[in-house]
Ligand binder design. Structure first.
Ligand code: MG
Length: 512
């Protein structure tokens, strides 16, 4: 087992910190040239072929931003830079869209029109061109046949770019598809109905059986349970559920198409959806979102790593020990146990424990721990450093047939921020960043840079948020010196891909 695990450590998946050693090349899936099949940058950057080559230059690590700072909705700032050799190409991806959610045809109309419906086909799931939002954001462009939502997302790929590229082009369409069932419900101030008559996507009905409108709500008395309880469900939780389901559908699509589309690897996903006055920030992985409001920092995500999800992973392994392939133990120990220590007592933690206790060491405890390492070096089965995300369907422990996907979750944690509850000034922002940013900085330092840069530009200058994004990327990348990329304090700069959105939360009419 030990040689296998040692070999596995050399094939680590997931971002390494600034002090980490880059894994061996290639990471796979990118093709052999800068213009390889999976190398692309976000469409909103509008890079020419020459600029694309420059963006892929790991020696220069030039920072990329949209040419026109006003091009993105709300004058959002964006900047990115490629890694310092960690992988062949930039495995981060980004997307920014304004999406129109069109009401799904009614069952009767659906039958009459023979509309297949329900598939992600790019026809009824329409993404409006970024920056073409037709009305002020507080009105959300609500229309009779649907509504708009704003969308920003970062995808941090690993072991290839394929999953990140596909997710960057599809996740917002899956969110749109999930929201289509909610068009009428979300525009009605009344509480949502507990039960819809039927699901038009999955339960087609014959014309003769199409229910009449007056049938709605008619439940026979004897069908009501004796101890009938109704759980209050808010509009907000319906949107959260739609986003969660969209992540699952995205993961399923990657699984279905990974062979035909030659998709490799997986990706962390961080998405911000602005809908009807609220921000929904969904995170699956180790990217991070914070709001900076009047100098105060409001966390909008938490990272999902082997350390933060230890108990979930241990519990799954406890329930399904066959997933460990007789090579790993679900127990955690402070250090590796030597065979000569059999019979002695050692500190350990089980799935239900936050603290530590002693146990007598048995044969099984000599297996490699399911979770091993600390901080950025913590890994699941000595392989991957993140525990949520999309893709990774074929990921196995090195030189074994042990699948790791069962331990990874594609579901995000969604946090909600109600924009209507506060008066926001032009310096209030939502910052989204991949771990390449956060590896070498922290919330306070980011907030300090945000305030420092914004105060040096006029409040109505639409380029000020791009300037913030660029400054955050430059300060985390550092400058190239004899001993590599160095920060201002001479510590090692981030060698990872770095991508940052800076989204203004308030300001003078620059949101159209
Ligand atoms: Mg990264």
């Amino acid at each position: 087992m030990l040689p296998r695990v040692r070999a596995a450590v050399a094939q680590l998946v997931g971002g390494l910190g600034a002090g980490g050693q880059p894994p061996a090349e290639p990471r796979g899936g990118d093709g052999g040239s800068p213009a390889g099949p999976f190398f692309c940058r976000p469409a909103f950057l509008q890079l020419t072929p020459e600029e694309l080559r420059r963006a892929d230059d790991q020696a220069g690590r030039a920072v990329q931003s949209p040419r026109d700072g006003r091009r993105l909705p709300w004058s959002t700032g964006y900047a990115e830079v490629i890694n310092a050799g960690k992988s062949q190409h930039n495995e981060d991806q980004a997307c920014c869209e304004v999406v129109f959610v069109e009401r799904r045809p009614s069952p009767r109309g659906r039958l009459l029109s023979r509309d297949g419906g329900g598939e992600l086909d790019g026809v009824r799931v329409r993404a409006a061109c970024a920056g073409r939002m037709p009305s002020g954001r507080m009105q959300d462009g609500a229309r009779g046949g649907g509504f708009y939502f704003h969308y920003w997302a970062l995808f941090d790929g690993h072991a290839g770019s394929g999953a990140a590229v596909m997710a960057s082009k599809r996740l917002h369409l899956h969110i749109c598809e999930q929201l289509r069932d909610l068009v009428d419900i979300l525009q009605d101030p009344a509480p949502p109905p507990i039960c819809l008559l039927h699901d038009v996507r999955t339960s087609p009905v014959e014309p003769s059986r199409v229910p009449l409108a007056e049938d709605v709500g008619e439940v026979p008395n004897d069908a009501v349970p004796r101890f009938h309880l109704e759980k209050a469900v808010s509009h907000e939780s319906l949107v959260i559920g739609a986003i969660e389901n969209a992540f699952k559908h995205m993961d399923d699509q990657i699984e279905r198409e990974r062979a035909s589309q030659h998709l490799s690897g997986g990706c962390c996903a961080l998405a911000a959806v602005y809908l009807m006055g609220k921000f929904y920030v969904a995170n699956a992985g180790d990217s991070r979102a914070i709001i900076i409001r009047n100098g105060e920092i409001i966390p909008m995500s938490r990272e999902f790593t082997p350390e933060t999800e230890r108990q979930r992973l241990q519990f799954l392994a406890f329930l399904r020990p066959e997933l460990l392939g007789k090579e790993f133990t679900h127990l955690e120990f402070p250090r590796r146990i030597q065979p000569k220590e059999l019979g002695k007592k050692m500190l350990y933690r089980d799935q239900n424990m936050n603290g530590w206790a002693y146990k007598k060491i048995e044969e099984d405890d000599l297996k490699f721990p399911l979770i091993y390492g600390e901080g950025k070096k913590a890994r699941v089965m000595a392989t991957i450093g993140v525990t949520r995300g999309l893709g990774d369907h074929d990921l196995k422990v090195f030189s074994s047939n042990i699948h790791i996907k069962p331990f990874l979750s594609c579901f995000p944690e969604v946090r909600v921020y109600d924009l209507t509850q506060y008066e926001h000034c032009p310096d209030d922002v939502l910052v989204l960043g991949t771990d390449g940013l956060w590896d070498v900085t922290n919330d306070k330092e980011v907030a300090r840079v945000v305030m420092e840069v914004l105060t040096s530009y006029e409040p109505n200058d639409p380029c000020r948020y791009t300037m913030v994004a660029q400054e955050l990327v430059v300060r985390s990348r550092g400058v190239l010196k004899e001993r590599g990329w160095r920060l201002a304090n001479d510590k090692l700069g981030s060698g990872d891909d770095i991508s940052v959105f800076v989204i203004p939360l308030g300001g003078p009419g620059n949101y159209t």
